[in-house]
Write a new protein. Structure first.
Length: 171
C-alpha cells in the first residue's frame, strides 16, 4: 500500500510538475551549462562566493532597516537583488584570486556536474533560508523537504565542501 502511494505521488509529480519544480530544474540545467562552459576554477570561485555571501547577508543588519515597513514582495525583491549583487561581486573577486595560476589541468565532466549541482542546491537553499521566499510563495512538499527544511539547509551547506575536498585534493 505504501509503495503504491509513493508511486502515485511520483507519477503525479512527473506528469503534472508544479512551477516551482520547473524553476528548480531550470536552475540545475543553467548551473550545469555554466559549469561546463566556465570550468572547475570558476565554479569553485562561485562556490566560495556563495558561502561568504550567505554569511555576510545573514549578518547584515542594516538591510532590515532599509526594508522596514515595506510590502513583502518588495522586501523579497530588494533582498534578492542585494544577495545577487553580493554573489556577483564576490565571484569576480574570487575568480581573480583563484585564476592567478591559470594552469587548466584536466577537466573531468563529473566533477563539473557535481559542483554545479551542489552549487545550485546551495543557492536554492540560501534563497529559502535568507529571503522571505517561504512567506511569499507556496512550494510543493517535495521542494520544501529538499531545500527549505533546516536539516536540508545543513546538508546543502556541508555537501559542497565535502565534494570540494575530494575534487581539489592533491594527487
Amino acid at each position: 500500500m505504501l509503495q503504491s502511494a509513493n508511486l502515485e505521488t511520483i507519477s503525479r509529480i512527473l506528469t503534472h510538475p508544479t512551477w516551482d519544480l520547473m524553476v528548480i530544474f531550470f536552475f540545475i540545467a543553467a548551473g550545469f551549462f555554466y559549469g561546463i562552459s566556465s570550468g572547475k576554477k570558476k565554479l569553485i570561485a562561485a562556490l566560495f562566493s556563495l558561502y561568504v555571501s550567505g554569511l555576510v547577508f545573514a549578518n547584515f543588519s542594516y538591510l532590515d532597516f532599509v526594508v522596514k515597513g515595506r510590502p513583502l514582495l518588495e522586501v523579497f525583491l530588494f533582498r534578492s537583488l542585494t544577495f545577487a549583487i553580493l554573489i556577483i561581486l564576490l565571484t569576480f573577486l574570487f575568480n581573480r584570486v583563484l585564476s592567478r595560476d591559470d594552469s587548466s589541468g584536466t577537466r573531468q565532466w563529473w566533477q563539473v556536474f557535481l559542483l554545479s549541482f551542489l552549487e545550485v542546491g546551495l543557492l536554492m537553499s540560501f534563497i529559502f533560508q535568507l529571503l522571505p521566499a517561504k512567506e511569499l510563495f507556496t512550494f510543493s512538499p517535495v521542494v520544501q523537504n529538499i531545500f527549505a527544511s533546516d536539516g536540508a539547509f545543513f546538508w546543502w551547506l556541508t555537501l559542497p565542501l565535502v565534494a570540494l575536498f575530494f575534487i581539489v585534493r592533491k594527487r
